[in-house]
Design a protein around this ligand. Structure first.
Ligand code: UD1
Length: 417
């Protein structure tokens, strides 16, 4: 188990390069199972979630190797339809493999997926959608078993625009017989990335980024190369870091359109932001309260930036209400922020944050990925020394996090506990 030791109170200056999006890479890796051709994912970040997905692909019989930062996947010899429990528990996105594994082998078996403990996270929308495509699903002893003689295109209306369910259905429908129309689909940019990648493999998908996605099943998909979209959540985390610590930074390989909801909030609290080509520049000194931050599906404010925004609200002038609409228990970072001097009251899915002039250093514990990032940002801005344990959560989604922060001037180091 590792932890960060952070000496807070240092302003940030310089440039950081944003990685490819975790939430784009994971479904692309699932899509690699749909072909027996060669797939190359360029700029694949070496984050724990991606490496776990690579390990699962290995268990399925795919050959994988890194050439620099390009991940090469050869699924020609894939022969196994069972996703091992130990790996599925590590990674919620293993559930995306249901769609592609069924498509490839006409059956799939997976242990109930794990991931961050931020709420119930059921998979009913995934399973109901797959049933509509003709899959027989049975659940027993913590396993989901799926089988299907033939996947058939159909209309699926999602009760909620679930990102994972939308992606799973795209994966299952890509080679189904006939056309599938997914209504009330999620609109996240990572879904457009999955569409574009499968189309590059010879797929016929349109509408990603809107609420209606049409997937015309094709007989065969071939290999393809792809560079995933940049990670809007990593970019947002660095922007909030600068807003909290003060200073001015530039982010390379960042897309301002994909995090427009955050940029709007940061401008409201008086940060100066401008974007040019693939760079976002931010400069911050004074911080007003953002008043209200309410998470919602894209293009709304992302739940994956809620914890970081809560940390920022702790040191804004005035009170902020944070409303978490996506996940039930996504405030586990709050007791830790309170240990650093924050003034926060949580009631149900809302938190009332009353700004204080500054936080102070403390020994705090991360219990999920984005909560861990939020505590790191709080420690960077706080007066004095902090430690943030346990970095396994942060490693799930941020590559070289402490190196990038150190390059911006932060005093942060990683130590073995
Ligand atoms: C994806 C992202 C995650 C992000 C989330 C919401 C990936 C790898 N992960 O997760 O980082 O926080 O979107 O933007 O892309 N739900 C159901 N039944 C289902 C599926 C979902 O009730 O079958 C509910 C969930 O409990 C949650 C809401 O729908 O309350 C949103 O979940 P969903 O959009 O599916 O999130 P994920 O795909 O798991």
């Amino acid at each position: 188990m590792d932890k960060y030791i952070i000496e807070g109170g240092v302003r940030l200056f310089g440039e950081a390069e944003i990685q490819s999006a975790k939430n784009a890479v994971l479904p692309l890796l699932a899509a690699a199972v749909l072909t027996d051709g060669q797939v190359k994912i360029h700029k694949c970040p070496r984050i724990a979630d991606a490496l776990n997905m690579v390990a699962i692909l290995g268990e399925l019989g795919c050959k994988t190797r890194f050439e620099g930062d390009t991940l090469c996947i050869d699924s020609a010899d894939a022969a196994n339809h069972e996703i091992p429990a130990a790996l599925a528990k590590e990674l919620r996105s293993s559930v995306f493999l249901l769609g592609s594994v069924i498509s490839r082998f006409s059956r799939a078996r997976i242990a109930y997926p794990g991931g961050c403990d931020i709420g119930l996270r059921p998979v009913d929308l995934h399973l109901n959608g797959l049933r509509r495509l003709g899959v027989a699903v049975s659940e027993d002893g913590g396993y989901i078993d799926c089988s299907c003689a033939r996947l058939r295109g159909t209309e699926v209306l999602l009760d909620f625009p679930s990102v994972g369910a939308t992606e799973n259905l795209i994966l299952a429908a890509a080679k189904a017989e006939g056309t599938t129309v997914i209504r009330n689909a999620a609109k996240e940019p990572e879904i457009a990335d999955l569409q574009n990648f499968i189309n590059r493999m010879g797929g016929k998908i349109s509408g990603a980024g809107t609420a209606v996605i049409t997937v015309e099943g094709v007989k065969k998909l071939h290999g393809a190369e792809y560079t995933p979209v940049s990670d809007r959540i990593e970019a947002g985390t660095f922007l909030i870091a600068c807003a909290m610590c003060g200073g001015s930074i530039a982010l390379k390989n960042a897309d301002p359109v994909n995090i427009a909801s955050l940029l709007h909030k940061l401008r409201e609290i008086s940060c100066k932001i401008h974007a040019e080509n693939d760079k976002i520049y931010i400069e911050c000194s004074r911080r007003l309260s953002p008043k209200i931050v309410e998470t919602s599906p894209y293009p709304g404010f992302p739940t994956d930036l809620q914890a970081q925004m809560t940390a920022l609200a702790c040191i804004c002038e005035g009170a902020t209400v944070i409303v978490e609409n996506l996940f039930e228990t996504r405030f586990k970072h709050v007791p830790e922020l309170i240990r650093m001097g924050a003034d926060i009251t949580v009631r149900g899915r809302s938190a009332l944050v009353r700004g204080v002039p500054r936080l102070h250093g403390a020994d705090v514990f991360a219990s999920d990925l984005r909560g861990g990032a939020a505590l790191t940002l709080a420690a960077l801005s706080a007066e004095g020394r902090s430690s943030v344990t346990d970095l396994r959560f942060i490693d799930r989604g941020y590559s070289a996090f402490e190196y990038k922060l150190r390059a911006l001037g932060a005093r942060i180091r990683r130590v073995r506990v």
